[in-house]
Design a protein around this ligand. Structure first.
Ligand SMILES: [Zn+2]
Length: 307
């Protein structure tokens, strides 16, 4: 599902703060898996009153690590959450309780969902819902372009739906905390109805318009050539789209059939995610009028070429 990047050597010790840029420390959470790579990256921004970006999964060990990273005189003034997935947001509530800092995010798990995905979700047609933190709430909702000012730092919230409707990236000068939207080690899971491929592509195009020095992702190593990575992601998705259309040219097929045919070198553990990505493409292509379900639109529907 992903072309291996330079992340092969990325293996930080969980719980150990590491400076990754001036005024930015990264602490790896102890939750490695095929979907989270080495685990979730939590970032601390600032030197006195800090922003914590993506507290991570509900883990005593990680909460302890985050609190231990505060040196004398340091406190947490803001807790920022890129999106409400179980590996990013659940620890926010406990960290808020411990530090008194407010939680800032785009909104609950369904915030920012596109019109078609809202419709499909309401009709229960596309399954999905992997890893959603349904209990997530925040103290303050952020809108696109909003500036968050702290002690000696400021961050800009950028609404980047696609992986999930409530996904935010945070700009810190020419650094971008890119969450699960852009990572070096894998392309993002886009699983309807939380994920929307049309939105994902638009969010990538939008980030491409700015000049970035580096992306600090939710999983894996810093992305040192972010423009190239965005170009690769966009090209990769267009290539997938072309493969899907080519397969449907010869015969109608379902998302699982297409995934099996297209993702030939994908590890079995990642095939369900590949099927979800294919479904996201099919819905996107359906909206553009390039494919249509034989009967009605649902997760296992058979799709054909044409309107
Ligand atoms: Zn995620």
């Amino acid at each position: 599902m992903s072309r291996p990047q330079a992340d092969d050597g990325f293996n930080p010790k969980p719980g150990q703060p590491e400076e990754v840029a001036p005024g930015v420390r990264r602490i790896l959470a102890p939750n490695p898996s095929p979907m989270t790579f080495r685990g979730t990256n939590t970032y601390l921004v600032g030197t006195t009153a800090l922003a914590v970006i993506d507290p991570g999964p509900d883990s005593d060990q990680h909460l302890e690590a985050l609190l231990s990273a505060l040196t004398p005189g340091q406190s947490v003034s803001h807790i920022l959450v890129s999106h409400s997935h179980m590996d990013h947001s659940p620890l926010a509530a406990r960290l808020a309780q411990e530090t008194g800092a407010p939680i800032l995010a785009f909104g609950t798990a369904e915030a920012g969902r596109s019109a078609i995905m809202t419709e499909l979700a309401d009709q229960g047609l596309v399954g999905g819902g992997e890893g959603i933190d349904r209990a997530f709430t925040c103290d303050q909702t952020l809108v696109d372009g909003e500036i968050i000012r702290g002690a000696g730092w400021q961050l800009e919230a950028l609404h980047t739906p696609g992986h999930i409707g409530n996904h935010l990236c945070f700009a810190f000068g020419d650094l971008l905390f890119s969450g699960d939207h852009v990572m070096g080690w894998a392309s993002s899971l886009v699983s309807p109805p939380d994920g929307d491929l049309t939105d994902f592509m638009a969010s990538c195009h939008r980030l491409r318009l700015r000049n970035w020095a580096c992306f600090l992702p939710g999983h894996g190593a810093p992305v040192q050539a972010p423009q190239e990575r965005l170009d690769w992601l966009l090209a990769h998705r267009r290539q997938r789209e072309a493969s899907i259309l080519a397969h449907l040219e010869s015969a109608p097929a379902t998302a699982p059939e297409l995934a099996a045919a297209i993702y030939r070198e994908t590890a079995p553990a990642l095939l369900p995610a590949a099927e979800r990505n294919v479904l996201a493409h099919l819905i996107d292509l359906f909206q553009q009028g390039h494919v249509a379900p034989l009967t009605s639109l649902h997760a296992k529907a058979t799709f054909r070429r044409g309107r």
